[in-house]
Design a protein around this ligand. Structure first.
Ligand SMILES: [Zn+2]
Length: 162
């Protein structure tokens, strides 16, 4: 592990410890293992994905513990729960305070992290009053090329049947 990565990992663990302490909870072996697993995931994940990853490490935790700890990590501002209407909740780690912008497909719920300096600058410059910002996330909703193609094909099939 590089020095920088180690420092980041220590900060994340310390933030989780502080949050748990403030809520009169302990950093158990299970919670620490879940935190490590979550922070090893680059990109979005569901509880099902996390359960598979935990199974690979041979560290057994119940699905209830996975759910509960994931929610604690969201409350501790270490994890974001993306507000999409897919069947499974979608989570992602937050490892820095840079603004993020995502493109979300309304049909398949596929999400893509996009890079836009203009948007980042605009979002970063917003300073709300009496509200401490923990993270800045922007969503742009629409339809992805795959879903658009599929829709056109369905229209074509329906039209030829008429
Ligand atoms: Zn789509």
């Amino acid at each position: 592990m590089s020095e920088k990565a180690f420092t980041a990992a220590t900060t994340v663990e310390q933030r989780f410890r502080d949050f748990l302490l403030a809520n009169d909870l302990r950093l158990t072996r299970e919670r620490l293992a879940i935190l490590e697993a979550v922070y090893g995931i680059d990109g979005t994940f569901t509880i099902e994905n996390l359960r598979d990853i935990m199974a690979q490490t041979h560290f057994h935790v119940s699905t209830a513990t996975l759910y509960n700890t994931t929610l604690l990590l969201v409350q501790a501002n270490l994890l974001v729960r993306h507000p999409f209407s897919s069947s499974s909740a979608v989570f992602e780690r937050i490892y820095d305070d840079r603004p993020r912008t995502y493109q979300v497909c309304n049909q398949c719920h596929h999400i893509t992290l996009i890079k836009s300096r203009d948007l980042s600058t605009a979002v970063q410059s917003y300073k709300p009053r009496r509200f401490e910002v923990t993270h800045r996330i922007t969503y742009i909703y629409g339809i992805c090329p795959k879903c658009e193609r599929a829709m056109r094909q369905r229209i074509k099939i329906i039209e030829t049947k008429r």
